[in-house]
Each structure stands twice: as C-alpha cells, then as structure tokens.
Design a protein around this ligand. Structure first.
Ligand code: NDP
Ligand code: 8X3
Length: 249
C-alpha cells in the first residue's frame, strides 16, 4: 500500500502557491494551504480537496497556530509566500517596504522551516522546496530591497542543504523569472496598468509552469535531490534582458 504524502504550501491563495497546491493534489499529495486571505484560500483548497488554514508568515504566533493544526509527519514544505514591494532606488527606498520584504521572504521561510523540520524528519522522506527567484542571484535598478531578500533566501536554502546532509530531507530552490501572477500588482500597490506593463509584448510564464517544476522535483526518487531549478520565459534572458514584440493596441 502506498503512503499518502502530506504537503504544506505557504502563500497558496493566489499565483504560484495556488497552482502548486492544485498540482500537488493532482499528483496524489494531501495538501494543507496557508495564507492570509482566507476566502481566496478556501476557494483554492476546495478546488483541490485540500485544507485551508490561516497563516501570516511574518507573525510568529500565526505560524505557531498553523503548525499546531498540521498532521504529522509531513513530507513536503513549499515555502512560497513572498513577493516584492515597490521598485524604488536605494536613494528613495523606505524602511517599511524593505522590512516587509525581509519579513516575508526571508524570516517567513526561516520560521516555517524551523518549525517543520522535526515533522519532515519524522516522515523519513522529507523535502523543503523554497520558491526563490532569479532575483536571488541577479540585481537590477530599483530592486535592491527584493533582490536582497531573495539573495538571503537563496543563502538560507543553500545553507539548509549543507546542514541537513545525511538526514532524510531534500532541499530544492525553484528560481523563476517573469511569471504573470498578482506579483506585479502587489509590487505596484494595486496599479493594474503599471503591473500589466511588466508583461507587455512578451509571453511570461504562468503559475502552472512553476508548479510543474515543484511537482517534478518532489516526485523524483527519494535519493535524488534537485538542488536548483532556474526557469524563465523564452523571452527573458536575464532580469533586464527581455524580448518584447510591438504591441499595436
Ligand atoms: P502572488 O502575489 O500571486 O502570490 C503571493 C502569495 O503569497 C499569496 O498567496 C499571498 O497570500 C502570499 N503571502 C504574501 N504575504 C504573506 C504572508 N505574510 N503570510 C502568508 N502568505 C503571504 O505572487 P506569486 O505567486 O508570483 O509569488 C509567489 C512566490 O514566487 C513569491 O515568493 C515570489 O517572490 C516568487 N516569485 C515570483 C515571480 C513572479 O514573477 N511572479 C518570479 C520569481 C519568484 P495572502 O496575501 O492571502 O497572504
Ligand atoms: C520576480 C522576478 O525579475 O521581477 O522574482 O525580480 S524579478
């Protein structure tokens, strides 16, 4: 009899997290979804037979309550909650946006991972997948708050891989380029026109493309650790080298 594996996906109320939760459920995982917007989260959970639980990764008490409600052991943790705020040059950057980006992308990943490592270890076949970014190893003008956080998240992932050597827990960094989600809308504080401009004239990835990568890494045999997956649209070579076709309308 095959064991039903349990997966936790943070930030599963939209975008890459929602697509990943659905794809993992499709691959046979029992999925627990966490995020702040519970109405959205419940819709996603219902669509894939998962369980929705409130989670704010920037809040230690929320993380503790989420973790206490999880089944054990756990096989897969997808640290996806994150994002960018603003595109301000260092000269005009605000402490608040940098603090939130750090709290979400870096400390959020730390809090969730630290809390769930015992349960992942207890499964005898655990796996941590962190949704990093090409911003984890590239820089661009106006991006220092976000690229700084994603560089730190990547350092955390690589360090975790070292620290868990010899233990039954795999560690994977999935680092996407441009993916059309709510990412740009959040970055530009709800300015839809500016957000759409990010993807204008090119074919970006969709959330399901990234979810595919997560499921592929998670469904390799236990002895195979996919260290890193860098995935970008064909129209993107670096964060700033993108090919845009002329848009007529
Ligand atoms: P979305 O904005 O669509 O999704 C972000 C998700 O994170 C939402 O579900 C949001 O849920 C959740 N989230 C944000 N803050 C918190 C918090 N404090 N606690 C819990 N959940 C939180 O964007 P994406 O799907 O694109 O982003 C997902 C990840 O992918 C991020 O880590 C992002 O940095 C990364 N990424 C995105 C790329 C892109 O181009 N889109 C490229 C490379 C990486 P809620 O608001 O309900 O809490
Ligand atoms: C999102 C990709 O290039 O906007 O992580 O930083 S980028």
């Amino acid at each position: 009899m095959s064991v039903v594996k349990t997966a936790v996906v943070t930030g599963a109320s939209s975008g890459i997290g929602a697509a990943t939760a659905r794809a993992l459920a499709g691959a046979g995982f029992q999925v627990v979804l966490g995020a702040r917007r519970l109405d959205r989260l419940r819709e996603v959970a219902t669509s894939c037979g998962g369980t929705a639980l409130p989670l704010d990764v920037t809040d230690a008490e929320s993380v503790a309550a989420f973790v206490a409600a999880l089944p054990s052991p756990l096989h897969l943790l997808v640290n996806n909650a994150g994002g960018a705020l603003g595109l301000d040059r260092i000269e005009s950057a605000t402490d608040d946006t940098w603090t939130t980006m750090w709290e979400t992308n870096v400390l959020g990943t730390l809090r969730m991972t630290r809390a769930l490592l015992p349960s992942l270890r207890a499964s005898g076949d655990g796996h941590v997948v962190n949704i990093g970014s090409i911003a984890g190893f590239e820089t661009y003008i106006g991006g220092a708050g976000y690229t700084g956080a994603k560089h730190a998240e990547r350092a955390l992932t690589r360090t975790l891989r070292l620290e868990l050597l010899g233990q039954p827990i795999r560690v994977t960094d999935v680092a996407p380029g441009l993916v059309e989600t709510e990412f740009a809308l959040v970055r530009f504080a709800g300015d839809a026109e500016r957000a759409q401009g990010v993807y204008r004239g090119l074919q970006p990835l969709v959330a399901e493309d990234v979810a595919d990568c997560v499921v592929w890494a998670a469904t390799r045999p236990s002895h195979v650790n996919i260290d890193e997956i860098v995935v970008r649209p064909r129209d993107q070579a670096t964060a700033t080298a993108v090919h845009r076709r002329e848009v007529t309308s």
